[in-house]
Design a protein around this ligand. Structure first.
Ligand code: PBE
Length: 270
């Protein structure tokens, strides 16, 4: 069948991203759970390499299966890609991105806590920054700074009741993807406007959770739940404060070009 051809054509390989990503862990689970993925391999490299391979495949109308997610500009840039259905629910349905604080932050730095707790935006906001940075070649930090200037209403809501401080230091830990570089840089800019001295430290997912749980960092805006970072979250959940979602409507899964005539992970062949 055609499905067999696709699976052979991609050499039973899913084109993945960095080894430390939540979606990498989740995809290893999917390979274990789906009979149709038995014998498949997840090729781990980098997000940039995955996007390049996807772009090349689309140019040549060749089949490819990648680990994909939203918010990301891949869905704006390539308007002909789709998620494969996931009837076993390994990747979940809808993800949210949560803010987590170290225990004691609320007492030690109440104004920073309040601002981070009030930070909340949309998939479109985040993707707008990511897409503009990727199209213009500008750094995310620069685009984020401009976004803060252009969105005074949102900034006003996040800073409501937040008093100015004089050089209180705040360390945000973040994962290295553009999505979290966007949120971290936006919130850092707003914190700086209120007088905070902000550091953003990019680390692996595991270290994000560990640093907050140990109190080595103050907060993160980068926890994808309920599926993407579940293992890390569960390991440390007694030792941090969950401040709730800062973004709703995120998603992860296996993504293919639309010209591949399949709909579901179950349409692949072992
Ligand atoms: N991602 C983007 C990350 C979180 C943000 C989906 C690639 C992951 O841990 O899988």
């Amino acid at each position: 069948s055609e499905e067999t051809n696709y699976s052979e054509a991609v050499n039973y390989t899913i084109t993945g991203i960095e080894p430390g990503a939540g979606i990498t862990v989740t995809t290893e689970k999917a390979i274990e759970e789906y009979e149709t993925l038995s014998g498949w391999e997840l090729e781990q490299s980098s997000t940039a390499a995955m996007v390049t391979e996807l772009e090349d495949a689309i140019k040549n109308e060749e089949p490819i299966v990648v680990t994909g997610w939203n918010p990301h500009w891949m869905f704006a840039k390539f308007d002909n890609i789709k998620y494969l259905e996931d009837p076993n629910g390994i990747y979940g349905d809808v993800e949210v991105i949560k803010s987590l604080a170290r225990k004691g932050l609320k007492e030690d730095k109440p104004n920073a806590y309040k601002l981070i707790d009030q930070f909340n935006w949309s998939v479109e906001d985040m993707e707008g920054i990511m897409y503009e940075a990727s199209e213009s070649g500008k750094d995310i930090a620069e685009v984020a700074k401009q976004w803060v200037k252009d969105n005074p209403e949102k900034v006003k809501a996040w800073t409501e009741g937040v008093e100015d401080v004089d050089g209180v230091s705040i360390e945000l830990v973040s994962t290295p993807w553009d999505s979290e570089r966007s949120s971290a840089n936006v919130v850092a800019e707003v914190l700086r406007q209120k007088g905070f001295d902000v550091t953003i430290t990019p680390v692996d997912v595991a270290v994000v959770f560990e640093a907050i749980a140990n109190g080595d960092a103050d907060a993160t805006l980068a926890a994808w739940m309920p599926m993407t970072h579940k293992d890390f979250y569960d390991e440390f959940k007694e030792d941090f404060v969950d401040m709730g979602a800062n973004l709703e409507g995120a998603k992860i899964g296996l993504v293919v070009p639309e010209y591949m005539d399949i709909d579901s992970i179950e349409d692949l062949q072992a």
